[in-house]
Design a protein around this ligand. Structure first.
Ligand SMILES: [Zn+2]
Ligand SMILES: [Zn+2]
Length: 327
């Protein structure tokens, strides 16, 4: 069996199925499922998100990091991922989110804080926003550290033509790991909730960070993730477990994983060394659909031999042992 399938990936799919089973059995905790899907679709491809995306595409053309056609192979492939997330992905993420929140409320009702009169609603919303970003950072780190999760996250890093739509280039099942980021919202449920507008802003910053734009945001780039900052996370050469932040860089700085851009890093190549996962850039023709299918089943395929990608810790240790840096 293990020679045909990578079993830990099947376990991730099983967790997703079990969660959704609970969601169905509890009727999504009384939440309107269709309404929740509509809200998520509004965040992913609603008019405001679409307008923001159009603006990013223009900025990409004006200040490109790498010169390439608008409809490059990689960008065309990411259109498929955008369609996937606006349809099946939105259904799956809604089902997982509602199920997870219901499990959390039932298993640990004490995590939901009561309404605290002294805490202004705005402060609670800021707290949810910042805590959610911290959780996303932590889950992203786990995606890089745990092989079972990396096999799903690998797809995101396989993009060699990084572009705004690469934000959607993720395996739908990786959403299981990011459910942790819903916890702050459940904890502070009685005190405030993130609006669609805030979620659209959050998503837009993350999409912009993936765009093929040469922008570092000046001094603001020390705090907010810019395209030049996030490209380093996708670099082909060197450790990729740096610059894991979604919107704020502070988590990377706190845990010594921030690598700030320099003129040398603005145009660096992105992707995975040795192409462990099939990519559309291979061969004379992109064969988008065949590549897409291969990328979807990729995590479930057995690994020929485990490849240990360079980590920032190993790189640091190497530098120290070679006398390159002082401690
Ligand atoms: Zn990553
Ligand atoms: Zn990314």
């Amino acid at each position: 069996m293990t020679s045909r399938v990578y079993l830990p990936a099947v376990a991730v799919a099983a967790v997703a199925a079990a969660l959704i089973g609970v969601g169905v059995a509890t009727e999504w905790g009384g939440t309107d499922f269709a309404g929740s899907v509509d809200t998520l679709q509004l965040v992913i491809v609603g008019p405001v998100s679409a307008a923001a995306l159009a603006a990013i595409l223009v900025i990409e053309r004006v200040r490109p990091a790498q010169r390439r056609p608008l409809a490059s192979r990689g960008a065309r492939q990411d259109v498929l991922y955008t369609i996937l997330h606006a349809t099946v992905g939105a259904l799956l993420i809604t089902a997982l989110s509602l199920s997870f929140e219901e499990v959390l409320r039932r298993a640990a009702p004490w995590v939901v804080l009561p309404r605290m009169g002294v805490v202004p609603r705005g402060a609670a919303i800021v707290a949810i926003f910042v805590a959610m970003d911290a959780c996303n950072w932590f889950v992203h780190l786990l995606n890089h550290r745990i092989r079972m999760l990396w096999r799903f996250h690998e797809l995101h890093h396989s993009q060699e033509d990084l572009n705004a739509l690469s934000v959607f280039r993720t395996h739908p099942l990786i959403a299981v790991s990011y459910l942790l980021a819903l916890i702050p919202g459940v904890v502070l449920l009685a005190n405030g909730a993130l609006s669609v507008t805030l979620l659209v802003i959050y998503g837009t910053v993350v999409a912009f960070a993936h765009s093929n734009t040469n922008l570092g945001f000046g001094p603001l780039g020390r705090i907010v993730v810019s395209p030049n900052y996030h490209r380093i996370h996708h670099r082909l050469v060197g450790a990729q477990d740096v610059n894991l932040g979604f919107v704020l860089t502070i988590w990377d700085q706190l845990f010594r994983r921030a690598v700030f851009p320099t003129p040398d890093t603005v145009r660096i190549d992105t992707g995975l060394p040795g192409r462990p996962l099939r990519v559309e850039q291979e061969g004379p023709r992109p064969r988008h659909l065949a590549s897409f299918m291969a990328q979807m089943v990729g995590p479930f395929r057995p690994m020929a031999q485990p490849v240990d990608l360079p980590t920032v810790r190993a790189e640091r240790q190497e530098l120290v042992s070679s006398g390159g840096v002082r401690r």
